[in-house]
Write a protein that binds this ligand. Sequence first.
Ligand code: SF4
Ligand code: SF4
Length: 353
Amino acid sequence: MRYRELGKTGLKISELGFGTIPILSGRVPVLPEYFSPDTQTAVAIMKQAFDHGCNFFDTAILEEYGDAEIKLGEFIKTVDRGRLVISDKARFYDGAQIYREVLRSAEHLGTAPDIYFVHQVDESNVDEVFAKGGALDALYDLKREGKIGFTGIASHYYNVLYRAALDERVDVLQGSGNILERGMLDRIRAEEAFRGKGFILNKVYAAGLLIGPFSPAELIGGVLEYPFSSALLGIGTFEQEEEAFGREYPVLHFSFEEVLDRLRGDFEPIGCDRCERCACPYGHEIHTTLRQFNYFCLGKEYWAINKLKMDLENTYEHCCACTDRVCMKDCTRHLYIPEEIARVQRLLNSFGK
Ligand code: SF4
Ligand code: SF4
């Protein structure tokens, strides 16, 4: 296992980290399959990862990741705490609420988390999170009180991460990306403001969807060139652990066209890399709609279809009538966005029949 600096925290964490969603039990709205191992098995899987050199484990509160936080707490008791870096997160945007959640998490973990993230920060809550008395202020207070090690912001949105990168209260960022959805990673790599922060990468396997067209070795090797501190891999079985942490992967480079070529077969993927430059004055989240098309075609119909239905009718109508098409101005992939939206609409229509 190789290790990387976690921004300016002084910590070194394993290049690959343990994502705890697949070890959870309980009914929670997370996408990837999980395996519900009992606590003893889950602890043994985490111990095997630790023995392979993984020192970074990430979880979230019970309402988000079921009992994963409790299982992680049981694992922590079995090893030298000083050799671990533990991150946790909660979807609370108000200072008082997240303060309370951190104390609850510490009880479940049996220790103070090294990093605590405000989770799922987006346009609808970002001002509250960063405002005086918001969640970030609360984490900053908790850090000064010694109740957490470092503060974090987790988001799927580049603009949120960029704002966090400029904020001195933030130590660590968490964002998503993989060899297909690499647009945000390319922007982060090019932007100096991110250099001083730790960066945790998730969705390396795209919730498992890219496994098949690509091997885990290719998906891991393909992101190693990016400047993250640790890439989280969701682990739920001993076999997955062995595959992820049992060897050192070489750095690979796939051009974006190579990735699309590999996906071509049963469908023609939309060639969006999810750079999130397509701002729409009507507020349509184009990059998410285009991603859902690819996810749907890669086999996540049951999940993608609900998200597609949410806003597609409106988006399609607006795109048909739109004459300025400002969303296309900065699209580095030069996509003709209204046409791509029409493709998504046709898919949704055919699925309904
Ligand atoms: S074509 Fe117009 S309505 Fe459609 S996403 Fe682009 S800017 Fe928005
Ligand atoms: S549609 Fe273009 S601008 Fe928007 S996320 Fe995809 S590649 Fe980027």
